[in-house]
Design a protein around this ligand. Structure first.
Ligand SMILES: [Zn+2]
Length: 200
């Protein structure tokens, strides 16, 4: 077991559950589509950002912060913005290649949205064979931050403490917020959403 200061990132694909009638084919195709989109995102996660585990339609990634924390945080944000462009490029490609399938999943690929939550903190890393388990309050917090009051369909949510390292994001609209959790109290956030010209 070792303690490390890391950035924590959750990338979460959503947008299907609200309108889809889950017949057998739809369910299968929805899983295929989300898996392919998730692979596209993970492929963009280059060092030092590493996949820790898949959690349903979300992926937990982390990166060691190293000695230059602000540079590390900015680098991670850049990689996360790359997730969004890769996600949209792949969505467009899948929507075209699956246009002939009448199922709800294939017909609504362009409704899928990506969101990302970024935080940092000291976590305990436990190694069991080739698996690494991350534990600690900040790991709990980054998961809690996925359930938030943000009503925008697509965004990057940073904890205020991550934002202090990373700074603002060019080309995005930002909004300060606050989330309250029974066990963790109030957490200040900054939410970045694509400006209309960037969305797509
Ligand atoms: Zn289909």
């Amino acid at each position: 077991m070792e303690l490390k200061h890391v950035a924590l990132v959750i990338a979460d694909i959503g947008g299907y559950t609200r309108f889809i009638k889950f017949h057998k084919t739809t369910l299968l195709h929805a899983q295929e589509i989300i898996s392919q989109l998730m692979e596209t995102i993970i492929d963009r996660a280059s060092f030092p950002l590493m996949l820790n585990k898949l959690e349903g339609d979300a992926a937990l990634l982390y990166a060691e912060m190293g000695d230059t924390e602000t540079a590390a945080a900015r680098d991670i944000v850049q990689k996360v913005t790359d997730f969004f462009s890769a996600f949209h490029a792949k969505s467009g490609e899948l929507s075209g290649s699956r246009a002939n399938c009448p199922c709800d999943a294939c017909q609504h690929i362009l409704d899928l949205r990506l969101k990302a939550v970024l935080h940092h903190g000291v976590v305990a890393i436990k190694k069991i064979r080739q698996f690494e388990e991350l534990t600690g309050e900040d790991v709990i917090l980054v998961h809690r931050l996925l359930k938030n009051s943000v009503s925008k369909p697509e965004y990057i949510l940073m904890s205020a403490s991550f934002h202090r390292l990373a700074g603002d994001l060019a080309g995005y609209q930002s909004e300060k917020g606050e989330e309250t959790y029974a066990d963790l109290g109030s957490i200040d956030t900054v939410v970045f959403s694509p400006s209309p010209s960037v969305a797509g």
